[in-house]
Design a protein around this ligand. Sequence first.
Ligand SMILES: *[C@@H]1O[C@H](CO)[C@@H](O)[C@H](O)[C@H]1NC(C)=O
Ligand SMILES: *[C@@H]1O[C@H](CO)[C@@H](O)[C@H](O)[C@H]1NC(C)=O
Ligand SMILES: *[C@@H]1O[C@H](CO)[C@@H](O)[C@H](O)[C@H]1NC(C)=O
Ligand SMILES: *[C@@H]1O[C@H](CO)[C@@H](O)[C@H](O)[C@H]1NC(C)=O
Ligand SMILES: *[C@@H]1O[C@H](CO)[C@@H](O)[C@H](O)[C@H]1NC(C)=O
Ligand SMILES: *[C@@H]1O[C@H](CO)[C@@H](O)[C@H](O)[C@H]1NC(C)=O
Length: 585
Amino acid sequence: MGQWRRRIHHHHHQYQFPRRIALPAAALLLLFLAVSLLSFSLPVPPLTGHLGLASSSRRSLGSSRSRRRPPNSSDGEMDGGFSDIRKNERAAPIDLWGSKLASNFYGCSNSSGKFLDSSVTTQPDRYLIIVTSGGLNQQRTGIVDAVVAARILNATLVVPKLDQRSFWKDSSNFSEIFDIDWFISFLAKDVNIIKEPPEKGGKTVKPFKMRVPRKCTPRCYLNRVLPAILKKHVIRMTKYDYRLSNKLDKDLQKLRCRVNYHALRFTDPIQELGEKLIKRMREKSRYFIALHLRFEPDMLAFSGCYFGGGEKEKRDLSSIRKRWKTLHINDPEKGRRQGRCPLTPEEVGLMLRALGYRSDVHIYVASGEIYGGEDTLAPLKLLFPNFHTKETLSTKEELTPFLTHSSRMAAIDFIVCDGSDAFVTNNNGNMAKILAGRRRYFGHKRTIMPIAKQLYPLFMNRANISWDAFSSQIQIVQKRFIGEPMEIMPGRGEFHANPAACICEKTDIKSLVELNSSSNRESVRSTEISKPIGEPTYPIYTDEEADRSDTEDDPAERGEMIEMEAEDDSLVRQEDSELEEILSD
Ligand SMILES: *[C@@H]1O[C@H](CO)[C@@H](O)[C@H](O)[C@H]1NC(C)=O
Ligand SMILES: *[C@@H]1O[C@H](CO)[C@@H](O)[C@H](O)[C@H]1NC(C)=O
Ligand SMILES: *[C@@H]1O[C@H](CO)[C@@H](O)[C@H](O)[C@H]1NC(C)=O
Ligand SMILES: *[C@@H]1O[C@H](CO)[C@@H](O)[C@H](O)[C@H]1NC(C)=O
Ligand SMILES: *[C@@H]1O[C@H](CO)[C@@H](O)[C@H](O)[C@H]1NC(C)=O
Ligand SMILES: *[C@@H]1O[C@H](CO)[C@@H](O)[C@H](O)[C@H]1NC(C)=O
């Protein structure tokens, strides 16, 4: 998201962070990266497999098929499929616009019979106020978790306050982004939610301010927050992001899904424009790709990666980088090798073409400020000339009411990306993860999250191998992460990206019956899914990685007791979190 922020004085400051603040930020970055790596390090065929492919197609060097650029759609590249390489050397082509297996699964977030009604659980005199943090989608995770935290504490939740002072600078309040009445009524049975903080004798009760560590478990809430809420009655937590553990029992995970996928709806004006843009994309072609492209200068500078822009890029990015005194010199090559660098627009384009999307496909690009602007986008536009954005699809009048609000602009992109047939990102930020999870929940819509670490050597080698070999290798690598059911083990990765507790498989009998009457005949039994993965057998707690990700706390906050905040938390906030927020779209 967020590019449309109004950061007028931003670049004129040289922020110098006190160590106490810079360290948590750096630690958070590491955590972010670690989690990204964990969730993407999926097994791939050994490298020798790639080499074999590469060398076999090198034999055809010189023929028209050894082009180093993708062929134009007009010359039949996709129609003949992969006739130009012997069949057994080629990965089976992926289904570009959907998953055949998807129809065997459905989103299931209803609570179990054991989950008591909020009228039973809600205790009087327990109120939770939270203030979210970061960009729109990071705030969304905070809202989701706040509902669950209130439920754990048997407390009434005050509608979350949005972060209006973040890097992204958006003054919108909750009701200007989300349908507040729908939010409250949809969750009425789960958690009592009120719009305004409680009053006593006509006066707002002064809340007790505290924070919990990141990824605080339910037990952690009961140990740390419950005593405080019993005593003080109204608790206020700021910077509420990732404050609840990834791992929770199934009913609480399902509550997360009810909030995220059902209770949070954008307001009508946002929803209407988003849907209008989807409709306009569909008028152009039957299917479309949405690409969430993060390539803002700050984000690139912070990543420490090199994106091929020569001396100018190095100068530009290193001058931005100087704003963060505590960033050490890094090795751009290493970053790429480790898959920590967002793909360039050209790399995304090449990956998509390699996967089989033709140059005549229409692509919606959700992005903000792009470093290098049109020059950076040019190679992508060459690969996909039918290039659209919300700016090109809407009239000035339609977009104007949203322009000055980065979160509303991000929400429009969110809707179009969600409505696309194939969604692809060049990054592993919050929007990418939330949309990936959402698309799994709503029918495993095709979602391509680049496995940067494994794609990197292929991009490096691109000039030296034929297009066909390149394409085939990209397919082999990326096929593992295109939004198929069960491609990530339940419990692995972040819950927002892999909401396994909320995805159920149709029972055998039922799916057989349905298959009988549908055209999707072959899918159930003839697939790679080797073990039954019906909902009751989900090993929700058994995954080590999930466990680890919950204990991999922000080191600076580990062991922290209830942290009292200064009276005026604006003093505490200031710019301390700018670093994180560059990553927190
Ligand atoms: C392929 O497309 C490019 C860009 O649209 C165009 O310049 C080129 O002439 C085309 N090549 C062929 C063989 O059609
Ligand atoms: C979930 O609950 C809703 C409302 O009670 C009901 O309409 C729906 O069928 C339920 N879904 C499933 C999958 O049980
Ligand atoms: C919340 O209410 C339920 C049902 O009354 C009770 O079992 C549980 O212990 C309560 N938890 C807290 C933290 O008050
Ligand atoms: C949210 O903003 C709208 C429009 O500026 C305003 O009418 C409303 O009172 C605000 N709500 C809260 C809770 O501040
Ligand atoms: C590509 O091939 C050239 C010439 O054969 C060689 O010098 C170069 O190192 C190769 N590049 C890569 C990335 O393998
Ligand atoms: C599927 O259809 C076939 C023939 O059309 C029928 O014999 C079979 O019983 C059906 N299976 C189920 C599970 O309904």
